[in-house]
Design a protein around this ligand. Structure first.
Ligand code: FE2
Length: 305
């Protein structure tokens, strides 16, 4: 291996560029390519989060962190993470080379596989990154996958994409197919955003804690989401979140609170029922946008039915 291959830094990883060029989405984690700087980024990110997790993270997340036995000093090996994770809930972290088209992403969740980025942010931008990296995915998402109720909710959410593909398969008009896919996708993506990525949970006692991975992997936003008076926090309402647009490039001004992961699981069931009843066919416009690749992934799945 040549030294020019070294480093798995977000936006500077030759290995990833090559995988993308050759169309490989599902990859193996080339662990030996992580540079000292990559490990140092992990160490700094992890060490500054530990105190905040204790203070602001949902207790199930904290249990998850300890069950996974992540190293505070080195980028984790996904194979080792999976050895601790899969006996608990059947979930596995599945290394990917980049963006996973929407339907495939949902389908992975349904199979209890979590598409996981293997690159890590550069040392000079530890605070903010618009795209996921291994710290966000492994330290933010995967600890939640050790919880059975949460894992079941996530897998059920993945099922919803198949329900959507079935619905679309029954529509003959091409234009209407796309319109429906886009509306249903918006609803699903907003649900994911306001729960899995940015969710808050009531308790223990009268406290609020974070369980959303976007919060749990952001040093600044984790304290902000709980402490700041600028954040509006409301009990979650499905009819609200599926119609609520969001922006990804700043701290979230509006967050929603669930009672428990059993509550989250029930909501996924309602979401699917609403989809079948046509209640997601005309959600409010606005973010997120759906890429052509995302639309194509749903249409392709619906053709196969
Ligand atoms: Fe995420």
């Amino acid at each position: 291996m040549t030294s020019s291959m070294m480093g798995l830094t977000t936006n500077h990883a030759l290995f990833i560029e090559n995988a993308q060029k050759s169309g490989e989405l599902y990859i193996t984690q080339p662990y030996e390519l992580y540079s000292d700087e990559n490990h140092e980024a992990w160490r700094r990110l992890y060490s500054r989060m530990m105190g905040s997790w204790e203070q602001y993270a949902n207790p199930r997340f904290q249990q998850g962190i300890s069950s996974l036995c992540l190293s505070p000093d080195r980028v984790p090996r996904l194979s080792e993470v999976n050895q601790f994770l899969s006996p608990l809930t059947g979930f596995q972290a599945k290394p990917v080379s980049g963006y996973v088209p929407a339907f495939l992403f949902f389908d992975c969740l349904r199979n209890r596989e979590f598409p996981t980025t293997i690159t890590i942010r550069p040392l000079d931008s530890l605070d903010y990154l618009p795209e996921p990296d291994i710290f966000h995915d492994i330290a933010g998402h995967v600890p939640m996958h050790t919880d059975l109720a949460f894992a079941d909710a996530l897998a059920r959410f993945g099922d919803c994409a198949h329900t959507a593909a079935d619905i679309v398969a029954s529509i003959t008009d091409e234009h209407e197919k796309v319109r429906r896919v886009v509306s249903i996708f918006k609803a699903l993506a907003r649900f994911f955003w306001f729960t899995v990525e940015f969710g808050l949970m009531r308790g223990p006692g009268s406290s609020l804690k974070a369980y959303g991975s976007g919060l749990l992997s952001s040093y600044g936003e984790l304290a902000h989401c709980i402490e700041s008076r600028e954040v509006q926090r409301f009990p979650v309402q499905l009819e609200w979140i599926v119609n609520q647009y969001f922006e990804i490039d700043h701290y979230q001004p509006l967050l929603f609170v669930v009672d428990s992961f059993e509550h989250l699981f029930e909501m996924v069931g309602t979401l699917e029922k609403w989809m079948l009843d046509g209640k997601l066919d005309n959600v409010a416009p606005g973010e997120p946008q759906m890429s052509e690749q995302d639309v194509a992934s749903f249409l392709h799945a619906s053709e196969a039915r």
